[in-house]
Design a protein around this ligand. Structure first.
Ligand code: HEC
Length: 118
């Protein structure tokens, strides 16, 4: 009986994580995070990579930005975006980013990429 219960809890957890990941991904694009940090959260010269960084670190950063802790122009810019996020948004975004799965262009159907995949 106990095993069945543990099994059910595990299944529910997997679905909850999947929801969190998908919602985080949606928020990442809907809030324009992708326009600075890159579509794969890979970052570029002036914008830090976010993909696969530790969740506690990302969470602390976003909470600080949201609280208005910003000591440079680029941090103030970031704070403007963090202000719009709820606690759940930050939870889901950081879950998505810390467990980010890289989309390999080679795995994507050629038709979707209009022939650029090959
Ligand atoms: C206008 C460009 C811009 C947008 C849009 C933006 N960011 Fe940023 N973000 C930055 C910059 C620049 C920094 C680096 C700030 C600094 O100097 O510490 C940063 C830093 C961060 C950090 C800290 C990372 C680290 O390694 O220090 C996190 C986490 C983050 N952004 C998440 C987000 C999320 C989530 C969104 C969408 C809600 C977002 N950002 C939207 C520009 C942006």
């Amino acid at each position: 009986m106990r095993f069945i219960l543990i099994f059910i809890i595990l299944i529910v957890q997997v679905y909850a994580d999947k929801d969190s990941y998908n919602r985080g991904e949606m928020l990442f694009f809907a809030n324009a995070c992708s326009s600075c940090h890159g579509p794969s959260a890979e970052g570029s010269s002036s914008y830090p990579r976010l993909a696969n960084k530790k969740r506690v670190f990302l969470k602390k950063k976003l909470l600080d930005f949201r609280a208005g802790k910003a000591s440079s122009v680029s941090q103030q810019m970031m704070a403007q975006f963090a202000k719009k996020l709820s606690d759940k948004d930050i939870d889901d975004l950081t879950f998505f980013l810390s467990t980010h799965k890289k989309v390999d262009v080679g795995d994507v159907d050629d038709d979707i990429l209009g022939g650029f995949g090959s």
